[in-house]
Design a protein around this ligand. Structure first.
Ligand code: DAU
Length: 353
């Protein structure tokens, strides 16, 4: 075997496998590969038990409920299922929530990642793949960030991700653990928790409710359909080079306002549903990633924005029983708190006096 060439993963631990990206990635692996998968997920607010149920009959997939910070549990799972690769998708992911309370982010993202790294090191696992984000680079007003751009996170969420990335890199350098960091742009698609811009806009529109856009809505993001991300993740699990960072993006850049307008068009709803609300503190106006490094490995996105949004809207229309309990339960409570605080705005409402 030549240097850099490794055996394909056989048994993967997918942490956060009942969340949005996790659910889609597990489904992708079961459809397109013959690997064994074990999911560890705490089923906190964004991880759904119904996501887990869909693969319950599949002999190749097991589910263990628990937190990744629980070292004993994770080690037991790794030994029991002879895990060779960890793909760490477990995280608190919502920027706005990190502004309300940073502690769950530090716990799940920073401490959780360190616990996993320690286990990967001690058990000498073959690979450790860390899901990260374009947000670690902070605002990128012109051009695009490359994998070596300075890390200047703006939000507590992004700072937690940046810290976790640093630990991942340090375990590669210090212990020779075969690590990989995947930084992606905004991802959308089926089974995303309603707090994110795309599902929130779809569900508000279906209820003929106003869609809150922060500030003037001209902030720009790149948008990737979740299945394209899953293909990228699997490719990187196999051929990504140890110690490297890889960007995954579509290069499809949209203003938030434009994204919501596409959704309204698909649902034949009026633009009057758009509603400007005060901006969130520390909101980065733009992110943009170069992704030629993963393109050189043979990956490129296959789903256009039109197709991806159409599939997403149709999924939410067809899966009311999935989102209805969330919309009226955990999301409704959070929505009241967050948008209430946002509308009061001013430094004092964020605890800065
Ligand atoms: O960039 C990758 C990141 O994308 C991931 O690392 C994060 O985990 C993920 O949450 C997402 O972060 P964003 O803050 O960009 O996602 P969100 O869907 O919440 O917001 C997208 C844009 O829409 C952002 O500029 C904020 C804006 N927005 C969002 C909400 C929820 C609004 O204008 N109004 C809203 O009510």
């Amino acid at each position: 075997m030549v240097m850099g060439e490794r055996e394909n993963p056989q048994s993967l631990l997918i942490t956060g496998g009942a969340g949005f990206i996790g659910t889609n990635f597990v489904r992708y692996l079961l459809r397109h590969t013959d690997v064994q998968v074990v999911v560890v997920d705490a089923l906190a607010y964004a991880g759904q038990h119904c996501n887990v149920e869909q693969w319950q009959g599949d002999q190749r997939c097991s589910f263990v409920r628990g937190h990744i910070e629980n070292a004993e549990l994770v080690e037991y799972v790794c030994r029991t299922y002879a895990v060779d690769t960890i793909v760490n998708l477990a995280a608190q992911t919502h920027v706005d929530r990190s502004i309300l309370d940073v502690h769950p982010f530090v716990e799940a993202i920073v401490r959780g990642t360190v616990v996993l790294l320690e286990i990967a090191r001690r058990l000498r696992l073959s690979r450790f793949v860390q899901m990260s984000t374009d947000e670690v680079y902070g605002e990128c007003l012109v051009g695009e960030c490359s994998e070596g751009s300075p890390i200047v996170p703006s939000s507590p969420y992004a700072a937690s991700k940046a810290a976790a990335d640093s630990f991942v890199q340090s375990y590669g350098r210090t212990y020779g653990l075969s690590t990989l960091i995947v930084r992606s742009c905004n991802v959308y698609g089926p089974s995303q928790f309603p707090e994110k811009l795309v599902p929130m806009s779809i569900l508000c529109a279906l209820h003929d409710e106003l869609i809150p856009l922060y500030g003037d809505g001209t902030q720009r993001r790149q948008w990737l359909f979740v299945e394209d991300l899953c293909r990228a993740l699997w490719l990187l699990c196999r051929v990504g080079q140890p110690g490297q960072v890889y960007h995954v993006s579509s290069g499809i850049e949209q203003e938030n306002r434009e994204m919501v307008e596409h959704i309204l068009q698909l649902l034949r709803k009026p633009r009057t549903l758009l509603s400007s609300v005060p901006d969130r503190p520390g909101h980065d106006r733009r992110y943009a990633l170069r992704w030629d490094k993963i393109r050189d490995l043979g990956w490129e996105p296959q789903i256009s924005l039109e197709e991806g949004l159409k599939q997403t809207v149709e999924w939410y229309q067809a899966n009311r029983s999935w989102w209805e309990p969330l919309w009226t339960g955990p999301y409704a409570r959070y929505r009241q708190q967050w948008y209430g605080q946002l509308s009061q705005s001013g430094a004092a409402s964020w605890g800065m006096v």
